[in-house]
Design a protein around this ligand. Structure first.
Ligand code: ADP
Length: 494
């Protein structure tokens, strides 16, 4: 039998997973290892890269074993990863020179404020689509070069390599043969010029980062070499790489300009395909790549909300007012409204479009008859209001999306998805396969190895499980949203 399976390696912030898909896009098996986070100081977040590596090999082997499929039957591997997380390693030994600095890590916030004054958000935005924030990789690379003994001298002599997690895993899987990344991961570094599709020499100079440590940037579906036979029993081609939200955009088959997806997990990430147009947001959304195929970039606008499902987690584990995340649905559904209660989940500040790191969460509008159900419902409603904030920003930037495709752990909440459709006044569509990140990585690998001829081939596999149609009257949806906006105004720091 010809090799036709596609293996997705999905390296996330809380776990490392491998999912084996057949060429119809159906998952045949999966394996997962939890990934601990290391908190050396308040606001610092790290991973041990060796732990990530061991987990990656282990889940690949187990996913194959669980499906009783051999490495020889796998057409290609696709890698998707937590974005921005930064690793520097020694080219000769392959050993990291420090723990990975995770995307959530805030140690470079001050450095970013200084650079914003020196270079300017506008200039950075024009070149990279981003704004100065500790979130992105560039500041983390600068920190490592400045703070790890001997790092800068080694980098200048060409002895170090930088990579986001995809790049590090690729280097290890290929036995140090390939030092590359894909354009979507590169677009999250503050060093990648979206127009030239190459590392930006002006920014490299400002950041004092030598070009020699950077990986080669390839298409999201491309020849990334082979995972060595030692790892899975036989060599397997690696043919796809994309950052998690970009992979989810592919997994949701958002291939046409105007198509939009929203992933509801810990946080929420909305990605709008803008086609060949590099839209510069006037509303503090990020310009990024949806994906790059055959040398052709497809651009996107992105809005990130730091907390969506995490608010439900907090109700469960912090306040302990629900036993399971799923209980939120019945509690919300039994009410006709929250009675004016709003929960603004700014636990770690507010993301797009506010970018207010000092805002803090609040529950507002409580009266003597407010109870657990009102607070739980307010937490679910907040997800819809925040999505509407992003949708309004995108519409002001010229977007005209017709429907929103949703996925992630929270997308199973039917009440929440109906309220979302009501707030957006737009149909919300949930696919049969909600593992869209892994699926997208498999699809990219399939494109790279020729299992699929084109994105159109993939789009045909996307199947809707359920559509939520907007049903709320305009007056009600707008009154509720005005209440949300007032609540946000009250928690903002400036
Ligand atoms: P991540 O990939 O970020 O770890 P997942 O996509 O696995 O997140 O989604 C988990 C999140 O979804 C958790 O924060 C959890 O609180 C939330 N969640 C899970 N089930 C439900 C539900 N039925 N209703 C609301 N939230 C839910």
């Amino acid at each position: 039998m010809a090799a036709s399976y596609l293996l997705a390696l999905d390296q996330g912030t809380t776990s490392t997973r491998a999912i084996l898909f057949d060429s119809e896009g159906t998952a045949r098996s999966a394996a997962q290892v939890e990934l601990p986070q290391i908190f050396p100081r308040p606001g610092w977040v790290e991973h041990d890269p060796e732990e990530i590596w061991r987990a990656a090999v282990s889940v690949i082997r187990r996913a194959l074993a669980n499906a009783k499929v051999t490495a020889g039957e796998v057409a290609a591997i696709g890698i998707t990863n937590q974005r921005e997380t930064t690793i520097l390693w020694d080219r000769a030994s392959g050993k990291p020179i420090h723990n990975a600095i995770v995307w959530q890590d805030r140690r470079t916030a001050e450095w970013c404020r200084t650079m914003a004054r020196k270079v300017g958000d506008k200039e950075l935005g024009k070149r990279t689509g981003l704004l100065f924030d500790a979130y992105f990789s560039g500041s983390k690379i600068a920190w490592l070069l400045d703070n790890v003994a001997g790092a800068r001298a080694a980098a200048d002599k060409g002895r170090l390599a930088f990579g986001t997690v995809d790049s590090f895993l690729l280097w290890r899987l290929t036995g140090g043969k390939v030092h590359a990344t894909d354009a979507t991961n590169a677009s999250r570094t503050m060093l990648f010029n979206l127009k030239t599709q190459d590392w930006d020499d002006t920014l490299l100079k400002e950041f004092k980062i030598p070009r020699g440590i950077l990986p080669e940037v390839r298409d999201s579906a491309a020849d990334y070499g082979e995972a060595q036979a030692a790892h899975a029993g036989a060599a397997i081609a690696i043919r796809g790489i994309a950052g998690d939200q970009h992979a989810a955009t592919v997994g949701q088959a958002c291939f046409e300009p105007g198509m939009i997806k929203s992933t509801y997990g810990t946080g929420c990430f909305v990605v709008l395909n803008t086609g060949t147009k590099r839209v510069q947001s006037k509303n503090r959304l990020l310009t990024t790549l949806a994906y790059r195929l055959k040398g052709k970039p497809t651009y996107a606008l992105e809005g990130s909300i730091f907390v969506s499902g995490a608010a439900i987690q907090w109700l469960r584990d912090g306040l302990k007012i629900i036993a399971k995340a799923g209980d939120s649905e019945a509690l919300a559904a039994k009410l006709t409204g929250t009675g004016g209660v709003f929960l603004v989940p700014a636990f770690t500040g507010l993301g797009a479009p506010y970018w207010d790191p000092d805002a803090r969460a609040a529950i507002l509008g409580l009266t003597r008859d407010s109870g657990i159900a009102e607070i739980v419902r307010a937490a679910l409603e907040a997800v819809a209001y925040q999505t509407r904030d992003l949708m309004v920003a995108m519409q002001e930037d010229g977007a005209k999306p017709a429907a929103l495709r949703v996925d992630g752990g929270m997308a199973v909440n039917n009440w929440g998805m109906q309220f979302l459709a009501d707030q957006l006044a737009m149909p919300v569509e949930r696919p049969v396969v909600t593992e869209t990140t892994a699926l997208g990585a498999a699809y990219l690998a399939g494109l790279g190895v020729g299992v699929f001829a084109s994105p159109a081939d993939i789009a045909r596999q996307w199947k809707r499980e359920r559509q939520f149609k907007p049903a709320m009257k305009a007056a009600e949806r707008n009154t509720l949203y005005a209440g949300w906006q007032e609540a946000v105004a009250r928690v903002r720091s400036r």
